[in-house]
Design a binder for this molecule. Structure first.
Ligand SMILES: Cc1ncc(C[n+]2csc(CCOP(=O)(O)OP(=O)(O)O)c2C)c(N)n1
Ligand SMILES: [Mg+2]
Length: 368
């Protein structure tokens, strides 16, 4: 029986908080499991360094992902090469799995237009900051694949718990249900939409059960358990591409998790949540959980963990060097890429900017 055939209240788990097996371990080869662990360590270290760069004035606002590595890596590893990923703004870890270099992520948050350039063939949409706006886009992409008879590829869309209160969520999932599109809707329920807690966002008992209204499958998974996330996402992607006669293609996955840090570097979570709550969730940290499992099953040892730690540090340091030595972008690029051709409003803004730039020079715009 598919792991998806259960009640949206019945959370899928594979590893408990101590890394002990409490469910069906998915069929993942040893190398990929260790790779998942390495990606999670890389995402965590990158995150720590990115926050520190912002604090030092070397980068703009940045949305941290620590705590969410299990959901990001566990889900992204399940994607096939030809599938598509439609991210929100926090999916740096998932994007890494798809082949987006860390340098690109840094450039994006440094305000560099080049950070929006996705590598050829990585099949990633650019990050979406307007909440839930990427959901109808993802449904549209899924529908396009179906119309082109390419529904052997799926589109996975990431968004947060807060996004499920937006009209775009409703419209995107409703269309997906009606047109039976090859979509996986992956909700990162990290308990907070900035300072608004989960229980103030919706009266629904779970977010997964919202799927019922659209006639699609909804499933809740422990989002801090990378193996459970992998199992559920893999089954949902498979169903999106190869549904049985009585199955629908789309699935809504609610991955229950927590962001350990601030919403973004512009936020101070200590004013709206208790240390006690944070500590409770830190005990569920996905990284030591997977590490314990991998050590106990002989897939990792001290030596390989040390080697991973070293290589992760080096990779992040190299990415920071590469991003910081990239030439500063020309500010007029801000106006050039939203549309293939500038609209009259954008053109007027561009001309105003050019006039100011000529008058005040670069110094007029830069705060050093
Ligand atoms: C349409 C829209 N409204 C408001 C905002 C401001 N905003 C940025 S992030 C955020 C909260 C989103 O919470 P959630 O969907 O849970 O995602 P998370 O950041 O927790 O991953 C809000 C309201 C926005 N970016 N877009
Ligand atoms: Mg949230």
């Amino acid at each position: 029986m598919s792991v998806l055939q259960r009640d949206p209240q019945d959370q899928v788990r594979v590893l408990d908080e101590d890394g002990s097996v409490v469910g069906d371990v998915p069929d993942i080869d040893d190398e990929t499991m260790v790779e998942m662990y390495r990606y999670m360590r890389l995402a965590r270290h990158f995150d720590t360094r990115a926050v520190s760069l912002q604090r030092q004035g070397r980068m703009g606002t940045y949305p941290p992902l620590s705590g969410q590595e299990g959901a990001q890596i566990g889900s992204a590893v399940a994607l096939a090469e030809d599938d598509w990923m439609v991210p929100s703004y926090r999916e740096h870890g998932a994007a890494l799995v798809r082949g987006l270099p860390l340098k690109q992520t840094l450039l994006y948050w440094m305000g560099h237009e080049k950070g929006n350039e996705m590598p050829e063939g990585a099949n990633i949409f650019p990050p979406a900051v307007p909440i839930a706006s990427q959901i109808p886009h993802a449904t549209g992409a899924g529908w396009a694949l179906k119309l082109r008879e390419e529904a052997d590829k799926a589109v996975m869309c990431y968004f947060g718990d807060g996004a499920t209160s937006e009209g775009d969520f409703h419209e995107g999932l409703n269309f997906a249900g009606v047109f039976d599109t090859p979509n996986v809707f992956f909700c990162n329920n990290n308990q907070w939409a900035i300072s608004v807690p989960r229980e103030r966002q919706t009266a629904s008992e779970t977010l997964a059960q919202k799927a019922v209204a659209y006639g699609i499958d909804g499933i809740q998974v422990d989002g801090m358990d990378p193996l459970a996330v992998y199992a559920v996402t893999q089954a949902a992607l498979d169903k999106a591409k190869n549904p049985q006669e009585d199955e629908c293609r789309p699935t809504l996955i609610e991955a229950v998790q927590y962001r350990f840090g601030a919403h973004t570097t512009a936020d101070d979570p200590t004013v709206y949540r208790d240390d006690e709550e944070v500590e409770k969730w830190k005990a569920k940290d996905p990284i030591p959980r997977l590490e314990t499992f991998l050590r106990e099953t002989g897939r990792l040892d001290d030596e390989s963990v040390d080697a991973i730690e070293e290589s992760v540090k080096e990779q992040v340091a190299d990415a920071i060097d590469a991003a910081e030595s990239d030439p500063r972008p020309d500010p007029s690029e801000m106006f050039e890429y939203a549309y293939a051709e500038m609209t009259p409003e954008v053109e007027a803004q561009y001309e105003e900017f050019q006039a100011l730039h000529e008058k005040f020079g670069d110094e007029g715009f830069l705060r050093e």
